[in-house]
Write a protein that binds this ligand. Structure first.
Ligand code: NAD
Ligand code: ZN
Ligand code: ZN
Length: 344
């Protein structure tokens, strides 16, 4: 095994990532070492590298929470995975396993949770240290590059759609048809929901249509909320806001049907003013949703392994990471970029 690995590091918030050679880490007791095959680039990596959120990551750190790879070494006492297994190292890197949230299968909100590519070094590296109890198990038949976006963008939107409590035949809005949104549309179709896609980019809307969205609206058009309400005969039963843009949140609320649920998953910095009268009088539920549990992960991966949901990916090398992040910031990534480690 080589002693050094290529990594992309955030040394200072808001600055470009720095490509470095680090020692390959050794898994301690209860840890595993994963040799990375592929890692998706999520808009969250951009928020992380810019320091957009109230809880700042400790510097330096390696972003990336859609890392897929092969287990190459086990620390002492590890029995739940075996060498040679293909796993994913997700945003939910680990949790305590004992608190009220962990005990009720809400490990995603455990106060002691660690986050891959944020509080723990992530997948923009040739090797990753992971917690075997929280890795995603990649089903046979699903390649590492296709699996990568599923372990964040896929599970997050799959869970977010479940949180709408919409029924087959209901209308749902997917606001933001990028990395998360293009998978959300596919999960929604598999779940029998009718999709109205909303984005500011006509190319992404056209792609949304190809993926099965029956309606599409450009969010830049005036009164887009009214237009969506008219087209869906009173608003969508569920609205999933994946856009990393605050205006999309106010618009999304105005697209929600009476007694409908507006699920917030995009994470731009800022605050959302609620139109109280409408939310109260229309009995609207506004609900945050954060990635998904290990059970949600297994379900989301199963849809992909069965070919019902397929990530649309563009492959790039780790050396292009700053260019990829710039393109993500300016909206110039069609769906998902996946860093391919196969020749590095
Ligand atoms: P992305 O950049 O691939 O996609 C965002 C999409 O939103 C783009 O298609 C963009 O054109 C569109 N958009 C921008 N402004 C819009 C507007 N006003 N109305 C409608 N669409 C608009 O990003 P991504 O990787 O899909 O991530 C999106 C957001 O989701 C980020 O904030 C990310 O941090 C967050 N996220 C949250 C979770 C969670 O668990 N809640 C998990 C993953 C990502
Ligand atoms: Zn993500
Ligand atoms: Zn816990």
């Amino acid at each position: 095994m080589a002693l050094k690995m290529q990594v992309a590091v955030v040394e200072r918030l808001g600055k470009k990532l720095v490509l470095q050679e680090w020692d390959i880490p050794t898994p301690g007791p209860g840890q595993i070492l994963v040799k990375t095959e592929a890692c998706g680039v999520c808009h969250t990596d951009l928020h992380a590298a810019r320091g957009d959120w109230p809880i700042k990551p400790h510097l330096p750190f390696i972003p990336g929470h859609e890392g897929i790879g092969i287990v190459v070494a086990l620390g002492a006492g590890v029995t739940s995975v075996t060498e040679g297994e293909r796993v994913g190292v997700p945003w939910l890197y680990s949790a305590c396993g004992h608190c009220e949230y962990c005990l009720s299968a809400w490990e995603t909100v455990c106060a002691k949770a660690e986050f891959g590519g944020y509080t723990k070094n992530g997948g923009f590296a040739e090797y990753i240290i992971a917690d075997p109890d929280y890795v995603a198990h990649i089903p046979p038949g699903l390649g590492p590059r296709e699996a990568a976006p599923i372990i964040c963008a896929g599970v997050t939107t799959y869970k977010g759609i479940k949180e709408m409590e919409a029924r087959p035949g209901d209308w749902i809005v997917i606001s933001g048809a990028g990395g998360l949104g293009h998978l959300a549309i596919q999960y929604a179709r598999v779940m029998g929901l009718k999709v109205c896609a909303v984005d500011i980019d006509d190319g992404k809307l056209e792609h949304a249509r190809q993926l099965g969205a029956e309606l599409k609206f450009n969010a830049s058009q005036p009164d887009v909320g009214d237009a969506v309400r008219r087209a869906t005969d009173g608003g969508a039963h569920g609205v999933l806001i994946t856009a990393a843009s605050l205006p999309a949140f106010c618009q999304g609320l105005s697209m929600t049907r009476k007694r409908g649920t507006c699920v917030l998953v995009g994470l731009p910095s800022g605050e959302l003013p609620l139109p109280l009268f409408n939310v109260v009088a229309d009995c609207i539920t506004v609900r945050g949703s954060f990635v998904g549990t290990r059970k949600d992960m297994a379900e989301a991966l199963a849809f992909a392994a069965e070919g019902k949901v397929k990530a649309d990916i563009e492959l790039q090398k780790l050396s292009s990471i700053n260019d990829v992040l710039d393109r993500l910031e300016s909206g110039n990534v069609a769906s998902r970029v996946v860093i391919d480690f196969s020749d590095t």
